[in-house]
Design a protein around this ligand. Structure first.
Ligand code: GRF
Length: 192
């Protein structure tokens, strides 16, 4: 079995990235993480990737100004240079253009901290608490041009408990994220 070549795109601390890297250390895992790319030069996750012997790249978005597609094309060049087969978004805080998304149809996945289609967008934990929802969770889905949309691959829920703060809820959801993202990638990478 040849393992699928995966790039992870991050903008921050990269705890989901770390979970994927950990899972891929198993030689039986169907994907290898060959590249971590960030739009932020000092994203915390980059150091962790390097410590694990994974190549990193930075494509800063600022020089591209409002030209989102030019930024996306620069990212695409790096992905193609590394012969990437699957892209995992893991806290990558850039909206991707329809052009970029179309290059990766069925081969780009994202993790989102809510039970999609509920609570798309940012600040999900705060919004869940404000609305008084009793369940929350995380979703891994294929990326389509619409934000936090696209077919769901895996989803798992957690309870919202009395007295929860956004941070407490986020920590509960993050544990689920770290479990379902590697499992979802395993499923995607296992399909020919
Ligand atoms: C996670 O909550 C993920 O679901 C969301 O952004 C956060 C990234 O966290 N898309 P980390 O960088 O993986 O720790």
């Amino acid at each position: 079995m040849s393992r699928k070549r995966v790039a992870i795109l991050i903008s921050g601390r990269g705890s989901n990235m770390a979970a994927l890297i950990e899972a891929a250390k198993d030689p039986g895992y169907p994907a290898e993480i060959v590249l971590v790319l960030s739009n932020i030069a000092d994203a915390g996750g980059l150091a962790h990737a390097q410590e694990n012997g994974i190549e990193t790249a930075v494509v800063a978005h600022k020089p591209f100004g409002k030209d989102r597609e030019a930024f996306d094309r620069a990212v695409q060049d790096v992905l193609l240079a590394h012969k990437i087969q699957i892209v995992c978004l893991a806290g990558f805080m850039r909206l991707l253009t329809p052009w970029f998304v179309s290059q990766w149809g069925g081969r780009m996945i994202n993790i989102h901290p809510s039970l999609l289609p509920a609570f798309k967008g940012l600040h999900t934990h705060e919004r869940v608490l404000a609305e008084g929802a009793t369940r929350h969770g995380a979703t891994v889905h294929f990326v389509t041009p619409e934000l936090d949309d696209g077919p769901i691959i895996m989803q798992e829920s957690v309870p919202v408990l009395p007295g929860d703060t956004p941070d407490a809820l986020a920590a509960r959801v993050l544990k689920v994220e770290h479990r379902i993202y590697p499992e979802a990638l395993r499923r995607i990478a296992s399909t020919p």
